[in-house]
Design a protein around this ligand. Structure first.
Ligand SMILES: Nc1ncnc2c1ncn2[C@@H]1O[C@H](COP(=O)(O)OP(=O)(O)O)[C@@H](O)[C@H]1O
Ligand SMILES: [Mg+2]
Length: 402
């Protein structure tokens, strides 16, 4: 019998585990990306050189290959094409409408309001005049956002009117749209939620603690689960998830949420129809004892996945994942991990080597590696993580300032 075909959108490093999972499950994989020296191309059964940001181009390719499913993960780049192809060919996965909503933060806020998702007050801004008006209608501090970017690009927190006027040009230069949004900055505790939706219902959802890098804007450095502080809010979190599912019209998709706990209330900052990045698939997988990339493949091939998330709470595994940063800018002279991977140290890896240039962390792309630890308790995870971090040595030749 001929293998079923699955098109994977993207071929970069972060897509490799997804391609490998599809192959393990017996599917014929087609890695799709603009041409380049991407590792996914050599892992997949076949390569398709197409621009994954162009939905119509991807649909043509999908028809040509007669695919049975389409998947991506970890980044928004291919999400619109995935939604378009899934909807046009009647395949499981993000719907086109939802994919368009969640890749435009302005449409996202509008959709939230329609379904009464609890979210920060906002305004859509087309001009400096609009911006001046915003200063009268919204309460400072505010946060200005390019609507079509991710990972904090085109986003800045502004405490004053002057700061907002100053941030506006750089937000507009970061976006392909002729508008941006400004929203009230909420000062609660950020956390994330990973979920999978099947037949319009979440088959599981997992709140995760967020470790934020205190740059402007904040970006994610790490996650942990379980998150005891959030236990009392499960019902509220679920209600918000269900509202977002209605707002987007989700039938079958992985989902990732940025949420905030503020004065006992749960707010949705952002919701997207894909698995989160920054090691979230690894964290969810270890916690439930599954390979999460395989779950993503099963879901987009129309298999039921709810059964894989039934592990009783008492048997779920505490996990911490963390991105690593350089503590000095310059040329790397040596990378000494200091601890061997094994046991509860699930991963300690670096994406830098001798001779590379590193800089102090400005955003998520400046990461130099990652650590994943598990344990019987959150305390044992924290202790192991501290020990591992202590032993890492990155020797950097600091560049002369001149
Ligand atoms: N209204 C808000 N109040 C407080 N913090 C916010 C707000 N909106 C965004 N943030 C912070 O900025 C980060 C990035 O914003 P987000 O809308 O999630 O964009 P991105 O697509 O870059 O992740 C969030 O994870 C959160 O830490
Ligand atoms: Mg976000």
């Amino acid at each position: 019998m001929q293998k079923q075909k699955i098109m994977i959108l993207g071929a970069s490093y972060s897509l490799v585990p997804l391609i490998q999972a599809a192959r393990r499950l017996g599917y014929y994989t087609i890695a799709t990306s603009i041409p380049g020296d991407y590792p996914g191309f050599s892992v997949a059964d076949e390569s398709c050189c197409c621009d994954i940001t162009k939905p119509e181009e991807i649909l043509q390719a999908a028809r040509k290959y007669q695919i049975d499913g389409i998947a991506t993960c970890c980044m928004d780049v291919g999400l619109r094409s995935q939604g378009y192809v899934a909807s046009m060919l009647g395949l499981p996965g993000p719907n086109w409408e939802g994919a368009q909503i969640c890749t435009d933060k302005s449409r996202m806020k509008q959709a939230f309001q329609q379904e009464k998702v609890k979210t920060a007050a906002y305004a859509k801004v087309y001009s400096r005049d609009d911006l001046e008006k915003v200063c009268e209608t919204l309460r400072f501090p505010v946060i200005i956002k390019a609507v079509d970017q991710m990972g904090g690009r085109g986003i800045a927190r502004c405490d004053t009117r002057e700061a907002l006027l100053e941030a506006y040009p750089s937000t507009m230069s970061a976006t392909d749209k002729d508008y941006c949004i400004v929203e009230e900055f909420l000062t609660g505790t950020m956390f994330g939620v990973e979920a999978m939706v099947e037949q319009g219902r979440p088959v599981y959802f997992l709140p995760v603690g967020d470790e934020l890098h205190r740059k402007n804007p904040f970006f994610l450095m790490g996650h942990w689960t379980p998150c005891e502080e959030l236990r009392p809010y499960r019902a509220q979190i679920q209600e918000q998830i269900e509202r977002v599912i209605r707002a987007y019209g989700v039938v079958s998709s992985p989902m990732n949420f940025d949420m905030m706990l503020l004065d006992g209330e749960i707010y949705v900052i952002e919701a997207t129809m894909r698995a989160g990045a920054t090691c979230l698939p690894e964290l969810v997988g270890l916690h439930f004892g599954v390979n999460y990339y395989e779950m993503l493949i099963r879901l987009c091939m129309g298999e039921r996945v709810g059964q894989y998330f039934q592990r009783p709470e008492g048997e779920r595994v505490p996990v911490i994942v963390k991105q690593l940063e350089a503590d000095a800018a310059g040329i790397v002279e040596a990378v000494i991990p200091g601890t061997a991977v094994g046991g509860d140290l699930v991963d300690l890896s670096f994406n830098i080597k001798r001779g590379d240039t590193v800089r102090l962390m400005e955003n998520g792309r400046d990461r130099i590696g990652q650590v994943i630890v598990k344990g019987d308790t959150m305390e044992s995870c924290e202790a192991l993580l501290a020990e591992v971090l202590e032993r890492i040595q990155i020797k950097v030749k600091v560049k002369d300032e001149n």
